[in-house]
Design a protein around this ligand. Structure first.
Ligand SMILES: Cc1ncc(COP(=O)(O)O)c(C=O)c1O
Length: 477
């Protein structure tokens, strides 16, 4: 029978074996396909039988290492599916220390370094995005929980406007919370609204076309019809299909005019504010009541990591208060467990601090600018290819296009692109999935990984065309 106590002396060796495998992984990541051959089989190789008697850490790690092809090279340079960053060298190394130190980053008493890193990380992120220094903030597991956190603060504010402490008494007896957005609202925001008891279906979308672009005049009319009743506006800084933005400044004007709460989902789009080349896209975010973003996307910190900022920090403390005789109280330093959803918390601030400390404002500015240039390069390659059709402008880091060979009938294109998309993921050299855009099936590669180069985006073009022509030829037979 294996017992961790009997393995005390093996802890360092187990760590070394994991580190050796990680070293091997990192050495090859720039060359390897995103989906290693046999990825599914490798993952399924893990034994399913729950052992009565385990055979110890070294055997467990050996089995895991043997199955490591089950790990997609998602932190590598050619994973353009969803919006997936990698881990910078500083963030990755700091994350290893975070696991080793195993801090409960709830309060200063439980982790001075975790709390200090989180304080600094939040402060520096505000500087990176040029947000007011006095705003409150907290790190979260990602943008979904950051949306939840910021919208919880909005709910507290909304309850106060109705003279009710909803954190104490709940929403019972109150009218429905009006939530207004464009067609760009991300499902993570509606999921957050569901978790908050406001309801997924509460959102009214004001859009002027099938892409989802904001109908500002209709939103204005809806706010006017509310006759001063408090409402929450969700602005979207960076939507997932083409990287487009709601006009945040105009939304801030409406929020001011009607006394509404403006929340901005900037999961990746907030990084537009890291460079003068794109900051105009996210102008006005500094006028919002809350804004959120992801660190595991464009900051390139390992999963999972996000952040929420709220203008009035006291609202976070109301929504997320937690107290018991045995727990610490907020003191000189913030007690982050009382400002966000989790009580026990991973010290996510360590990796965020490390990467900001390592690369600074100019390092991030350079990386974001490199990605903007890569997106333009990809757009040019798409435009030059006779069998590819670009479907949207490229304001940021996402290029929306579809495979469209000359001979194909328009009504066949959706099915063909779906097949190309599925084959692309199976082929595995480069990863990009499909979406629906303006009623069409399309690819929407997003460039956020610090390792990506021109050769990587060119490979995407080549593989889509190669797979497309192969599948198109089969269909034509
Ligand atoms: C605009 C936007 N908001 C929210 C999310 C959800 O982020 P997460 O998966 O980190 O919770 C995403 C994810 O891609 C996103 O693009």
């Amino acid at each position: 029978m294996a017992d961790p106590l009997a393995e005390r002396a093996l802890a360092v060796e187990a760590f070394r074996r994991a580190a050796a495998s990680a070293e091997d992984y990192l050495a090859k990541i720039d060359q390897e396909p995103v989906r290693p051959e046999g990825a599914d089989a490798a993952a399924m190789r893990l034994g399913a039988r729950f052992p009565d008697d385990g055979d110890g850490a070294l055997a467990a790690i050996a089995e895991l290492v043997a199955a490591s092809d089950g790990a997609l090279r998602a932190s590598g340079p050619r994973f353009f599916h969803w919006v997936v960053g990698g881990g910078t060298p500083a963030a990755l190394a700091a994350d290893v220390l975070t696991s080793t130190w195993d801090q409960i980053s709830s309060a200063w008493d439980s982790s001075p370094i975790g709390t200090r890193c989180e304080e600094l990380a939040l402060d520096w992120l505000k500087q990176l995005f040029r947000l007011p220094a006095e705003w409150g903030g907290v790190l979260t597991t990602g943008a979904t929980m950051a949306n939840f956190t910021a919208l919880a603060a909005a709910r507290t504010w909304w309850g106060r406007r109705h003279d009710v402490d909803v954190d104490a008494h709940g929403l019972a007896g109150l009218p429905a919370v009006p939530v207004l957005s464009s067609g760009y609202i991300h499902p993570s925001a509606t999921k957050a609204l569901a978790m908050l008891g406001i309801g997924r279906e509460s959102v009214r979308r004001f859009q002027r076309d099938d892409v989802g672009r904001l109908d500002l005049a209709a939103l204005n009319d809806a706010l006017q019809e509310l006759r001063g009743a408090p409402a929450i506006i969700v602005g979207n800084a960076g939507e997932v299909n083409a990287g487009d933005f709601d006009p945040i400044d105009a939304l801030a004007d409406l929020a001011e005019r009607y006394g509404a709460w403006l929340h901005v989902d900037g999961a990746f789009g907030i990084f537009a504010r890291a460079t003068p080349k794109a900051e105009h896209l996210a102008k006005g975010v500094e006028r919002a009541q809350s804004v959120i973003g992801d660190s595991h996307k464009w900051l390139n910190v390992p999963y999972d990591s996000g952040f929420a900022f709220v203008r009035d920090a006291s609202l976070l403390s109301s929504a997320f208060a937690i107290g018991a005789a045995y727990l610490p109280k907020p003191g000189e330093h913030p007690m982050f467990a009382a400002m966000g959803p989790e009580a026990s918390r991973r010290a996510r601030g360590i990796a965020v601090w490390a990467t900001l400390r390592a690369y600074g404002r100019n390092g991030y500015r350079a990386m974001v600018e490199r990605h903007l240039a890569l997106a333009q390069h990809l757009a040019r390659k798409v435009d030059e290819a006779p069998d590819l059709e670009r479907l949207a402008d490229v304001p940021l880091n996402i290029v929306c296009f579809r495979y469209r060979p000359e001979h194909a009938r328009v009504e066949e294109l959706d099915a063909l692109n779906l097949r190309v998309g599925a084959e692309l993921l199976r082929d595995g050299r480069v990863y990009a999935g499909t979406t629906r855009y303006r009623g069409m099936t399309a690819f929407r590669p997003a460039i956020v990984n610090w390792r990506s180069t021109e050769a990587d985006v060119e490979l995407l073009v080549d593989v889509v065309r190669e797979v497309g022509s192969r599948l198109g030829a089969i269909a034509a037979v």
